[in-house]
Ligand binder design. Structure first.
Ligand SMILES: Cc1cc2nc3c(=O)[nH]c(=O)nc-3n(C[C@H](O)[C@H](O)[C@H](O)COP(=O)(O)OP(=O)(O)OC[C@H]3O[C@@H](n4cnc5c(N)ncnc54)[C@H](O)[C@@H]3O)c2cc1C
Length: 456
């Protein structure tokens, strides 16, 4: 009998795995069925803020591979609007519900790829059925928000709850659409993916854009008028609004797997080994936002829901399912984003992560410029480094600035991945010409400053 792979979840991790498995095994050897409860496959959730803002004009631009492409090029039997509601590991079967047609189908599997992603965290107050409250995790979520923005009466005010990178990107998107936007965060700064001293620069940029920032404020409820949201209630008074976007982070979608007996790790993600095999469940694989992974610097399990990891992990799982050998090496927490033209990059540990992992460290902030000071367009760039004391090993780095500042984090990510010390880094042969950097690249300036701090 032809072997069968069932994929649960038809986006980055699931379809990367399916495509890789197909590359290694022909259609007579391996049958692949992919269940996706939404309307799309292989879409870019990362692009949703730019579609909401209008920078990307067409939803289809965010779809990398349609179900038709998967069927024709990879012979994958994609079943849209089918939600897998039960996994029976003993009988090696899944049950999927047809969300449009009604009814259920039962399919056997030899290998199961669990790639259900994550869902926006929803506090108690957001769980009712008040219209106008949105997460932005899937393209269907994005479609619902776009429809709300274009419906009558047109919303004029928005509250974004939570200032992680998705909240920050969504606040900018809504301002660009002409809404009056308030971002509410219970922490001391939005953008908690970087240390507060670096996040302050992001707050300034957001205020410059016209976003009202309310920090140290906790949302406790909603008000409504005729079933539509009319405001958020906070411990610092009410904020009227026509629309609420949840940017409180995400939780791995594990309920289905958990019910089937798949193990969870301490972060709440599915526990997998480096080949993306689910621990203790032969023939079951998992990847993407639903799993936890290893942080290479802290040595701790982490849940880092990013598309870059979902694609790589899905690829690893697919190679292994297809009979090859591949491993996922873990993460170091590299991420980039922007607010208007202000760019933010980070890698490795923040100060609080380094402290939690038990490291002794120094941290330095170096101010520099993106180009030679005299060259037109030179803009400020702030680089923060965190280095272990006394070894000098780089533990973390953050960059805030303009003109392609964010992707400079990649230099630091490579240094960190290879366990370089800040002393080693001062000797790096980085490119220099006035249009691209000062004669001392900002990364080198920061490394020198860290060496000085370690010597003190
Ligand atoms: C607004 C936004 C911006 C982002 N920006 C970036 C960025 O700039 N860089 C970056 O690296 N990452 C970014 N990400 C994160 C990135 O999109 C995710 O990490 C990535 O999509 C995860 O892929 P995945 O396949 O694991 O999960 P998902 O993309 O969530 O896909 C899981 C799929 O499974 C389906 N599903 C779930 N349960 C079932 C079930 N029981 N039956 C059938 N189908 C099911 C869901 O409908 C969904 O389509 C962003 C995310 C968002 C929301």
């Amino acid at each position: 009998m032809t072997e069968r792979l069932i994929v649960v979840g038809g986006d980055a991790a699931g379809m990367a795995a399916a495509a890789q498995a197909r590359r290694r095994r022909g259609r007579d050897d391996l049958e692949i069925i992919a269940f996706e409860r939404g309307h799309f496959t292989s879409y870019s959730a990362c692009g949703i803020p730019y579609w909401i803002s209008g920078l990307v004009t067409d939803r289809e631009q965010l779809v990398a591979r349609s179900p038709a492409t998967h069927r024709e090029e990879f012979a994958i039997d994609v079943r849209l609007r089918h939600e897998v509601v039960d996994i029976d590991l003993d009988r090696r079967e899944v049950v999927a519900r047809d969300l449009d047609g009604g009814g259920e189908v039962r399919e056997r599997f030899d290998n199961l790829m669990y790639a259900t992603g994550a869902s926006p965290k929803k506090p108690e107050w957001a769980r009712g059925d008040v219209a106008g409250v949105f997460g932005v995790q899937t393209l269907d979520d994005g479609s619902a928000l776009r429809a709300w923005l274009e419906a009558d009466p047109r919303p004029r005010r928005a509250v974004v709850v939570g200032g992680g990178y998705i909240g920050v990107e969504m606040a900018e998107a809504l301002v660009r659409r002409g809404l009056s936007v308030t971002l509410v965060d219970r922490g001391e700064q939005p953008m908690s993916t970087v240390d507060p001293d670096m996040a302050r620069l992001v707050t300034e940029a957001m205020c410059g854009l016209g976003v009202t920032i309310r920090t140290g404020v906790r949302v406790t409820g909603l008000t409504e008028h005729e079933g539509r949201v009319s405001g958020v209630v906070t411990d610092d008074g009410p904020i009227p609004t026509d629309l609420v976007v949840l940017g409180l982070g995400v939780r791995p979608n594990t309920a289905l797997g958990e019910a089937a007996g798949l193990p969870l790790g301490p972060t709440g993600g599915i526990r997998v080994d480096r080949r993306m095999r689910v621990t203790g469940a032969p023939g079951v694989w998992a990847a993407g936002d639903c799993v936890e992974t290893l942080h290479r610097v802290s040595g701790m399990p982490v849940h880092v829901p990013l598309g870059t990891h979902a694609n790589k992990q899905g690829r690893v799982a697919g190679i292994n399912i297809g009979g090859g050998y591949a491993t996922f090496a873990g993460v170091i927490g590299t991420a980039v984003t922007k607010v208007c033209d202000l760019e933010v990059g980070r890698t490795g540990l923040r100060e609080r992560d380094a402290r939690a992992a038990g490291f002794e460290f120094v941290s330095v902030i170096a101010e520099s410029t993106s180009r030679a000071g005299y060259y037109p367009g030179a803009r400020p760039m702030t680089v923060k480094l965190i280095a272990e004391r006394p070894s000098g090993r780089l533990l973390g780095a953050q960059i805030v600035g303009w003109s392609e500042a964010a992707k400079r984090i990649d230099t630091l990510a490579v240094a960190l991945w290879n366990q370089m010390t800040v002393d080693d880094m001062t000797a790096l042969d980085l490119g220099y010409a006035p249009p691209y950097s000062p004669v001392w690249d900002p990364v080198l300036v920061a490394a020198r400053k860290a060496v000085d701090a370690l010597a003190r």
